[in-house]
Design a protein around this ligand. Structure first.
Ligand code: NAD
Length: 453
């Protein structure tokens, strides 16, 4: 162990704990334990692995409230959201508990015998997650990886390790073999880096910033190690003049201010057809004012504080004198890393309209027609998520196909369903998580030819 991180409740700035930093040697020891555990796990009958994952899900279900309360204290998530997140982990485990018995291979017609493919587990998988959705994002990695017969080492983000640590304990309570699923806390530059470079770790799933993701990919490339990368975003919420403007405006605050804008899928660019811009802003202003920012323990709260003082500083730095603020919502005064929801009316080239702010700040940008909307949506290095609001079905199809993003919705702002693939294009990532194929991304395809004579 090499030092520790003091954990702070973002809503009131009280100290809630201290978490040790593991060393590179600790990672090496964890990998050695994981390799042994993985061999035993892969040797179990598929139905036994499925049953073990279902038992893990049952234990998570019994601890949804405890996990949610931990997330409220550690991350400042509103209790309603935190309960959903813990329930989502259970659902993801249940969904992938179906996978061990469904990792189907192919039999290919060939001369002189039969050719059969097998989906072999990779071995030890490293899952490195950010602080914005600590348990859900972790589960997108560990559940399908375990289902495919791997061991998992999970590294939570420095500021938000508590739910991940608890999930590690609950896995054991549910009966997963010891050391099959290990949670290691510590610095990204030490623990994360060692996971990336350790020859015993066969794959890295990384979620975080694009800059760190590139570094992870470089490190993994040296070991010829596959990576899945879920990175930053600057997603567009495109509202056409023919849309149900009331509905689009009522939904727009949630699409960007949910989790205080600390959401890779946040629709932080609100593109509005110029002919309805004034009307849309008239509808948006009361919706932003009504967005309830406050004590995350309160069931009615829609948005809590930012995760840390340092992060609040980085968000606030975007609102310098040049920022053209249209209007703002409210936020509590006093202790806590509060930041009021903010609506900007920048020029297209302004920094706030281009960079990922990762806070409750949205840039409203007018566009002229369908072609301009698609071009503006695509004028970003990112391509993770986005929404299209229109009553014209053909336009909905054309624009959805034209926007270079991995996860879009039409007349809705939903992004994540564990049953459908999720991930980004361009600087938003590489590979996909979730959906029915996710376990295959944690396997190596092997083909075996059996001669008949
Ligand atoms: P970050 O890149 O700073 O850290 C992410 C994780 O990587 C942390 O656990 C960190 O400790 C670790 N890390 C840091 N340096 C490392 C290194 N050299 N080697 C290996 N691991 C290292 O990101 P963050 O600030 O925690 O999260 C915010 C970012 O995550 C935003 O850009 C956001 O858009 C992105 N994000 C993306 C998705 C997605 O699914 N696309 C989801 C959530 C968050």
């Amino acid at each position: 162990m090499t030092g520790s991180t003091t954990l702070v409740n973002p809503a009131d700035e009280t100290v809630i704990g201290e978490v040790p930093h593991a060393s590179a040697d600790d990672v090496d020891a964890a990998v050695a334990r994981a390799e042994t555990a993985q061999r035993g796990w892969a040797a179990l009958a598929p139905a036994e692995r499925a049953a073990a994952l279902r038992r893990f899900a049952v234990v998570v279900d019994a601890h949804v409230e405890e996990l949610a309360q931990l997330e409220v204290r550690n991350s400042g998530h509103p209790i309603g959201s935190a309960r959903w997140e813990a329930g989502h982990v259970r659902d993801v485990l249940n969904y992938y508990a179906g996978a061990p018995e469904r990792l189907l291979g192919a039999q290919t017609p060939v001369a002189g015998g039969i050719a059969v493919t097998f989906h072999e587990p990779i071995g030890v998988v490293g899952v490195i997650v950010p602080w914005n959705f600590p348990m859900t994002i972790a589960s997108w990695g560990f559940a399908p990886a375990l289902a495919a017969g791997n061991a998992v080492i999970l590294k939570p983000a420095d500021w938000t390790p508590l739910t991940a640590l608890r999930l590690g304990e609950l896995a054991l309570e549910g009966g997963l073999p010891e050391h099959l699923f290990q949670v290691i806390t510590g610095r990204g530059s030490v623990v994360g880096d060692r996971m990336v470079t350790h020859p015993g770790v066969g794959k890295i799933v990384f979620t975080g910033s694009t800059a760190t993701g590139v570094r992870v990919a470089e490190g993994a490339a040296r070991g010829l190690k596959p990576v899945t990368l879920e990175l930053g975003g600057k997603s567009a919420n495109i509202v056409f003049a023919d849309a149900d403007l009331e509905k689009a405006a009522a939904a727009a605050p949630g699409a960007v201010f949910d989790n205080a804008g600390q959401d890779c899928c946040a629709r932080s660019r609100l593109l509005v057809e110029r002919s309805v811009l004034d009307r849309f802003l008239e509808l948006l202003e009361p919706a932003v004012a009504a967005f309830r920012v406050g004590d995350p323990r309160d069931e009615a709260t829609e948005m809590g504080p930012l995760v840390s003082a340092a992060h609040r500083e980085s968000v606030a730095a975007f609102l310098d004198d040049s920022a053209r603020i249209a209007f703002r919502g409210t936020a509590p005064e006093g202790p806590g890393f509060w930041f009021a929801p903010t609506v900007l009316l920048p020029e297209r080239g302004d920094r706030v309209a281009i960079d990922e702010i990762f806070g409750p700040v949205v840039s409203v940008l007018p566009f002229d027609d369908e072609a301009d909307a698609v071009a503006l949506a695509n004028a970003s290095e990112y391509g993770l998520s986005g929404s299209i609001w229109t009553r014209d079905l053909g336009r909905g199809i054309r624009v959805a196909r034209g926007v270079r993003s991995g996860t879009l919705s039409v007349n809705s702002n939903s992004s994540v369903r564990y049953t459908t693939p999720f991930g980004g294009m361009k600087a938003s990532g590489l590979g996909r998580e979730l959906g029915p194929d996710a376990p295959l991304h944690f396997t190596e395809t092997k083909n075996v030819f059996f001669a008949q004579d």
